[in-house]
Design a protein around this ligand. Structure first.
Ligand code: ADP
Ligand code: MG
Length: 256
């Protein structure tokens, strides 16, 4: 049975896509069968997994509108070692089109149920909003991974996300929980980041992942080669951290 996780944070530029593709590649490297679902119309996770968003015959858009199955629309990225259910600009229209439809927040969940036996992990890259697309992700998932930078307003932004997750848990998806908070783009030389990191641990305890992802230029360069850092330069510090994180996730799942 596949374990399904959303990578979510309603802020943009906090490292959601980087986390999704590198965790997917890291899990694939340690032998897990992985499907990466791109729920962001920007399609960065799609491009960053070596799939050209402009030339896809089918995408997550078709799956949400039930004109294709996940098995039909998913593409195997050979370089990355995982399957990609891609997104492009077409997905921006789904937001409006779904409003008219029944079970509009359950579309992805229903579609993923059909491939449950084919994967160990499904990772969903969410857009930077708490929209109908993100809601489809949250309704499908067993848990949420929240990447965050240890900056001054980080904790404040977290409150909205935590409340949304609580509401979805109470009303739509009783399985949903926060799996953990992942500190990304971390620079231990910056005192403020250390302080926020300490606050985070004081407040969220063991919901804060042990692994910390450092700020690392190789992770930022990798998308321009259409690859996750873990594949582009496996020996880079940031890539090593994501492989450690993949192992931490596998351990956490065993205990779930
Ligand atoms: P989001 O999906 O939340 O909008 P991204 O994953 O696209 O965020 O990251 C935003 C920017 O930060 C991108 O340019 C990405 O390459 C860069 N970035 C993300 N994580 C790191 C990191 N650990 N070190 C350096 N750059 C990073
Ligand atoms: Mg993104």
């Amino acid at each position: 049975m596949a374990k399904i996780f959303c990578v979510a944070n309603q802020k943009g530029g906090v490292g959601k896509t980087t986390t999704t593709v590198n965790l997917a590649a890291g899990l694939a490297k340690v032998g897990q069968r992985v499907l990466m679902v791109d729920l962001d119309p920007q399609g960065n996770a799609t491009m960053g997994s070596g799939v050209d968003k402009r030339s896809m015959a089918l995408s997550v858009y078709d799956v949400l509108l039930e004109s294709a199955s996940v098995a039909e629309a998913a593409i195997h990225s050979e370089k990355c070692g995982y399957h990609v259910l891609g997104a492009n600009r077409e997905l921006a229209g789904a937001e409006v089109e779904l409003v008219e439809l029944e079970r509009r927040d359950q579309r992805l969940k229903t579609a993923l149920a059909a491939v449950d036996a084919d994967y160990d992990f499904v990772l969903i890259d969410c857009p930077p909003s708490l929209s109908m697309l993100t809601l489809n992700g949250l309704c499908s998932a067993h848990g949420v991974i929240v990447p965050m930078q240890c900056e001054y307003f980080a904790l404040e932004g977290l409150t909205d996300l935590v409340n949304t997750i609580k509401q979805v848990h109470a009303n739509l998806n009783p399985d949903l929980q926060i799996i953990g908070l992942l500190r990304v783009m971390y620079d231990p030389r910056i005192t403020l980041q250390q302080q926020v990191s300490d606050q985070l641990k004081a407040h969220f305890g063991d919901k804060v992942f042990d692994t910390v992802i450092p700020r690392n230029v190789r992770l930022a360069e990798a998308p321009s080669y259409g690859l996750p850092g873990v594949v582009f330069d496996p020996s880079a510090r940031g890539s090593q951290a994501f492989i450690t994180f993949a192992n931490e996730m596998v351990d956490r799942i065993r205990k779930m």
